[in-house]
Design a protein around this ligand. Structure first.
Ligand SMILES: NC(=O)c1ccc[n+]([C@@H]2O[C@H](COP(=O)([O-])OP(=O)(O)OC[C@H]3O[C@@H](n4cnc5c(N)ncnc54)[C@H](OP(=O)(O)O)[C@@H]3O)[C@@H](O)[C@H]2O)c1
Length: 235
């Protein structure tokens, strides 16, 4: 894709979000609004500005805070001028504990739902006017653990439930707005703080495939659950 694309990414200070921002900025026509909780402490993200061929804007968003999400809109709008957002990339998430149904803690469960589900929903709501001005794409970062069909067992109960709920939220988005292209995506098992050192994939590898997939999406792909490599995952 050589035309201009404007991306808004959450959790862009480390892990997959940082790598996604880095790779997107190698393309001069990309405009990336990279958001994170604490831009001042986001040393690696800020350093991307030096080598960037695309345009980088950094804005503060804590996805667990409705106020933070709402406050960010005017900051982003000012940075983009008249332009809209083409792709809202809900990447930020937490997976605090490898819990099972018999020991899952309500406070962990609720925090996980707040960050992983309510956050993406509020971002979608807050950024609808800017998304309406763009290509109307929403990418919600899910996980293979969200799939009942893949039968991953009892581990990571709170996290898995949150990602299954995110999948349903995405389905609802596509039904409410058929002119939007909204998908859920499993990046694979990736070497980040969340994925751990033992993970299978380097962030560079997963992200290069993710970009290829997203930049070739069509409206008929809306509502699908993809792997990073573009294969369909069972719900
Ligand atoms: N790595 C894997 O193997 C894997 C597998 C399947 C799915 N995923 C999904 O891929 C996405 C990225 O994961 P990752 O591996 O890059 O995870 P990661 O290395 O743990 O990074 C998580 C990112 O989310 C941010 N974040 C957490 N809470 C936030 C909040 N309240 N507000 C704003 N940002 C917040 C973190 O920012 P702070 O630095 O401020 O905490 C960080 O930037 C997630 O949606 C994850 O569920 C990852």
């Amino acid at each position: 894709m050589t035309e201009t694309n404007t991306w808004l990414i959450t959790g862009a200070n480390r892990g997959i979000g940082l790598e996604l921002t880095r790779q997107l900025l190698t393309v001069p026509t990309n405009i990336v609004v990279a958001t994170c909780r604490n831009p001042n402490g986001a040393t690696e993200l800020r350093a991307l500005k030096d080598a960037a061929q695309g345009t980088l804007h950094i804005a503060p968003i804590d996805v667990s805070s409705e106020g933070s999400i709402k406050n960010s809109v005017s900051i982003v709008q000012e940075a983009l001028g008249e332009g809209g957002i083409d792709i809202l990339y809900n990447n930020a998430a937490i997976n605090e504990e490898d819990d099972v149904p018999s020991n899952a803690k309500p406070e962990v469960f609720l925090r996980t739902i707040q960050v992983n589900v309510v956050g993406p929903m509020l971002l979608y709501q807050a950024y609808l006017p800017l998304l309406e001005k763009g290509k109307k794409m929403v990418v919600n970062m899910s996980s293979g653990l969200a799939s009942i069909g893949l039968n991953h067992g009892g581990k990571c109960t709170s996290y898995s439930i949150s990602k299954t709920a995110l999948n349903m939220l995405t389905y609802k988005m596509t039904k409410e707005r058929p002119n939007f292209t909204a998908i859920v995506l499993d990046p694979g098992w990736v070497k980040t703080e969340m994925g751990g050192e033992g993970a299978q994939l380097e962030p560079e590898y997963s992200v290069s495939h993710i970009i290829k997939l997203i930049t070739s999406l069509k409206n008929e792909d809306s509502g699908k659950f993809f792997t990073y490599a573009g294969n369909i995952i069972p719900w």
